[in-house]
Each structure stands twice: as C-alpha cells, then as structure tokens.
Design a protein around this ligand. Structure first.
Ligand code: SF4
Ligand code: SF4
Length: 368
C-alpha cells in the first residue's frame, strides 16, 4: 500500500523501468532504482528528488502514451517530488502551505510590504520616509539597525531550523548514513554543475527540439543568490566588526557583490520563467506550477527592488523602496522552508545518498 495515488502510480512505472532498464545510463535515478527490487514510499521520494526533470527518459522511452504501459517518468517523479516537500515539512501543521503556495506567498509579500510601509510611517518620522537621506546610517533613520537584525535574524533562524528539521526527516526516511567528505564532495559537484540535467550527455531539448536553457538560467539564479548572500554577510561583518554603516560607496565589495548577484538574480529567474513556458507541460507537475512561479517571482522582486534601491538611494524614493525591498525579502525568507527553495536541499541530500550507495555492493539483498 502507498500513501497516495501518485506514489502508487510511481511504483507501477518504476517497476516497469526496473524490468526494462533501457535508460540506465541517463542519470543517477536509474542506477539507484536498479539497486532495489521493491519501491516503498521512501524509496520513491528518494528517486523523485534525484530526478532533475531533464525529460531524456521520456524521449527515449518506447512505452510512453499511447502505449498501454503509459510510462512518463519525468512527470510522475515531478509529482512525487512536490508531494515529498509537504510530507517532510516541519512543523507538520505548515505542510498545507505547499498546496496553496502561490497564493500564500503572494499574500505574505503583500502583507509584509504593507506592514513595513505602515511601520515606517507609524513608528518613525513620516517626513523621513519621503525625504532624501544620504551618508552612512541613512537606512537606519527609517528603521533602526537593531530592529532589522532582530526581525530578519529571527525569521532567518526560523527558516534554517525548519529546513534543517525537514531535510533531517527526509534523510532518515531515505536511509542516509554517516556523511563522508568524499560523498559530500561528489554530490556537491553534481549539484553545482547540474550534472544530471544534461539528459545523459545529449543535452536537454524543449518541446520543439531547441536546446533547453534551464541549466544556464539556473546557474545565474543559484550563483546570483550566493553572491547576494555573500554581500549581506559581508555587510554584517563590516557593520558589527568595523562600525561601517550602510549605505556603502559603489566600489565597496558589499555593493559590487550585490550588483553582480542582483543581475544574476534578474537574468536567471526571467530566463527560467520563460523556459518553463516553452517546456513540454506533459513532463511536469501542473499542481506545482504556482509554487515554482511564486519562488522565481519573489527572487526577481528581491533583486529588482534591491537594484532600484541601489540606483535611487540618494533620492526621495529611497524610503519607499527600502520598505518594499525589506517587505519582499522578509516574505522570501518566511517562504523558504515552504516553497520551491527546498528543492535544492532535498536534491542535495538525495545526491549524497546516491554517492553513498555507489560505494555499496550492487543489488542482491538490498530491498530498501
Ligand atoms: S523510461 Fe521507458 S525506456 Fe526508460 S527504463 Fe523506463 S520503461 Fe524503459
Ligand atoms: S533526470 Fe532526466 S533521465 Fe533521469 S529520471 Fe529524471 S527526467 Fe528521466
């Protein structure tokens, strides 16, 4: 018995694949599948999070519809993957957020921006909000630094805790063992290069046989995010370690990292949103589209408002832009453990598990 119809269907299709094995060289999913004879829900969650949805196995398969076997591995694993995020969510009471993610994230962002704007007016000097502010500490005339640290530090720590608890539950369910440096490095290389998004070396194609650009735009998004994170972390060090208050001059590494990262976070999400439109909808989980778009739009709003704040920070628009940017970032942080952001952690955990399994003897007694 499986917990959901999606898992039962995934079990049916993966059992056919395990007899066929034609696609075994395409990605990490098939070697992991071949180590098993039966597929309990946890194994299907594991395989689903190993899959990068490149679509190569659908193109190669002789059993896709209208064949009676009706095999569509990318789609069924995408559906299992979406369900798995909710299954391991922490705390359990917030799991339903995954089902209405687009609506919840949009509402959270709207409320957060309104509260920041209202807070700036109600708790500070409204004149400051609409007047040009310049020089070190300009931002903190609208919101004290201590209040920013408390608010964003709190929501960030909660997001880290919720993500850690969720991934821990997933890791235990898929039978993850003690971590070794070699396994983590192997998985890290696969994740950082998106090794399994290349369709087994042939490269991914869109529905009309054009090269799939998702890898390039995913790299822009991922590395753009890391650079923005590095910029914020460096700003924290400069403020607390050296007493240098933002805003910083354009040549400061905080600003340079933010500019390059921000551009990556514009180019990447825009490209991924476009690539998703061009992609064969038959290969993805239609129920997860709201969640995927909400995450990309939130990243885009974060980078656009951040870059606008940089360009217009010496003008009277700075206060308004700061409130909007902080509201968007706050909502983004809050949505991290309950949206598409989690896919990076689940996939990385699955890749580490695959690296561990590679060192184990091939199937014989393993029925996990
Ligand atoms: S996807 Fe199709 S061709 Fe590939 S292993 Fe499964 S059944 Fe065989
Ligand atoms: S990564 Fe690509 S080839 Fe592998 S299971 Fe997923 S869609 Fe199929």
């Amino acid at each position: 018995m499986h917990a959901t119809n999606t898992l039962a269907e995934a079990n049916r299709q993966i059992t056919i694949c395990n007899a066929c094995r034609y696609c075994e060289s395409l990605c990490a999913v098939f070697p992991a599948m071949e180590r098993r004879r039966v597929f309990p829900d946890e194994s299907l969650d594991y395989l689903a999070n190993l899959c990068h949805n490149c679509g190569a196995c659908y193109d190669a398969c002789q059993y896709v519809p209208p064949h009676d076997f009706a095999v569509n591995v990318p789609k069924v694993l995408a559906e299992v993957r979406s369900e798995s995020y909710a299954r391991y969510a922490w705390p359990r009471g917030l799991a339903p957020v995954f089902h209405r993610n687009g609506v919840v994230v949009a509402l959270t962002a709207a409320v957060a921006v309104t509260l920041f704007l209202g807070g700036f007016v109600a708790l500070g000097d409204p004149g400051v909000l609409f007047a040009a502010q310049t020089g070190p500490g300009a931002f903190y005339r609208l919101m004290p630094h201590e209040a920013m640290v408390l608010l964003f530090g709190g929501v960030f720590l909660f997001a880290i805790l919720a993500l850690a608890m969720s991934v821990r539950a997933f890791w235990r369910a898929i039978g993850g063992g003690l971590l070794t440096t070699a396994d983590v490095l192997d998985a890290g290389r696969a994740a950082a290069t998106l090794r399994y998004l290349d369709g087994g070396g042939a490269g991914c194609l869109t529905e009309d046989a054009r090269p799939d650009t998702r890898r390039f735009f995913h790299h822009c998004t991922f590395y753009g995010f890391l650079l923005c994170f590095a910029s914020t972390s460096l700003a924290t060090v400069l403020h607390n370690g050296f007493g240098w208050q933002a805003p910083y001059p354009w040549y400061n590494p905080v600003v340079l990292l933010g500019i390059v990262g921000g551009i990556g976070l514009v180019v990447g999400p825009v490209g991924l949103l476009r690539a998703k439109e061009q992609r064969d909808s038959n290969l993805s989980d239609s129920r997860a589209r709201g969640m995927e778009r909400a995450f990309l739009v939130m990243l885009l709003l974060t980078s656009v408002t951040g870059l606008l704040l940089l360009v217009l920070r010496a003008t009277a628009l700075m206060g308004m832009l700061l409130a909007i940017h902080l509201g968007v970032v706050f909502a983004l942080f809050l949505s991290f453990p309950y949206g598409k952001f989690v896919h990076g952690f689940y996939r990385s955990a699955a890749l580490v598990r695959a690296a561990q399994e590679k060192r184990m003897p091939v199937l014989g007694s393993d029925n996990s």
